[in-house]
Ligand binder design. Structure first.
Ligand code: ADP
Ligand code: ADP
Length: 229
């Protein structure tokens, strides 16, 4: 059974313009799906529906076979970790910023071991001398460092589903490449949905959907998509 299913989903915002038009796709458990397409295609809207910021007017969205419209919003959200493009950090210590993710998840779910395992690869790439316990504050970080902290904050709750919404798009190419490498390790064992505007950043995804005006234009592996065009 697929972990995440969009089944003939239609959606419009309050202005009544159709944004998603009968969209269907499945994401097998533990696999990665990338969604690419031009700006305005509806990519971020897919994430907002999965996180239940909005509910679709038609069709169904399933997690583990269960229609998320019939599940408590909180329990849907507990299963999903989001990394947005521009993460907002608190002007507080990095430890506070990262622990905030764990507190949101309910501290009892997060063992110290799981926390450290998720955090180490992220923290060790922060600049030399950065102390996550005292002193250093979120607002002092560069874009790339901020994203590392944001990823750590998301992963401390150990979400089975990871939703990356242009998580590296604001970064320079080199920083982006480094963070994509880190993410690849951290995605292991999770079902990942990565929204991106460049095909090259999602070349490793198990499957890529090309979305255009709320409809599926193409899908396949990176190699398949390149050979079709
Ligand atoms: P993408 O992520 O592919 O750039 P989005 O999902 O953000 O696309 O947006 C799809 C379309 O929905 C765009 O035309 C956008 O202007 C419109 N849209 C996004 N949010 C809203 C909103 N809150 N109200 C009305 N229209 C919106
Ligand atoms: P780096 O030093 O890691 O290359 P920069 O801080 O130079 O990143 O980022 C370039 C631009 O992108 C800056 O204007 C920065 O504000 C913005 N930016 C990148 N990522 C983020 C982020 N996660 N949060 C806020 N702004 C970001």
């Amino acid at each position: 059974e697929p972990h995440v299913t969009f089944d003939n989903v239609t959606f419009e915002y309050e202005d009544g313009r159709t944004i998603l038009n009968g969209l269907s796709f499945e994401v097998p458990a533990g696999s990665s799906l990338a969604i690419v397409g031009p700006s305005g295609a509806g990519k971020s809207t897919i994430g907002r529906l999965l996180f239940r910021f909005y509910d679709p007017q038609g069709g169904r969205i399933l997690i583990d076979g269960q229609d998320i419209a019939s599940v408590q919003q909180d329990s849907v959200r507990a299963a999903i970790g989001i990394v947005p493009q521009d993460s907002v950090l608190f002007n507080d210590t990095l430890r506070y910023n990262i622990a905030y993710g764990a507190e949101n998840a309910g501290e009892e779910q997060v063992t110290q071991g799981a926390k450290d395992a998720a955090l180490m690869p992220l923290i060790e790439r922060l600049p030399d001398g950065f102390d996550t316990t005292v002193g250093e504050r979120g607002l002092k970080l560069s874009g790339g460092e901020k994203q590392r902290v944001a990823i750590a904050r998301t992963l401390v709750k150990n979400p089975p589903i990871l939703l990356l919404d242009e998580a590296t798009s604001a970064l320079d190419t080199r920083t982006e490449r480094e963070i994509l490498g880190t993410l690849k390790r951290l995605e292991e064992g999770r079902t990942t949905i990565a929204i991106a505007h460049r095909l090259s950043t999602v070349a490793d995804a198990d499957r890529i959907l090309v979305l255009d005006s709320g409809e599926l234009a193409e899908s396949g592996t990176h190699g398949e998509l390149l050979s079709q065009n």
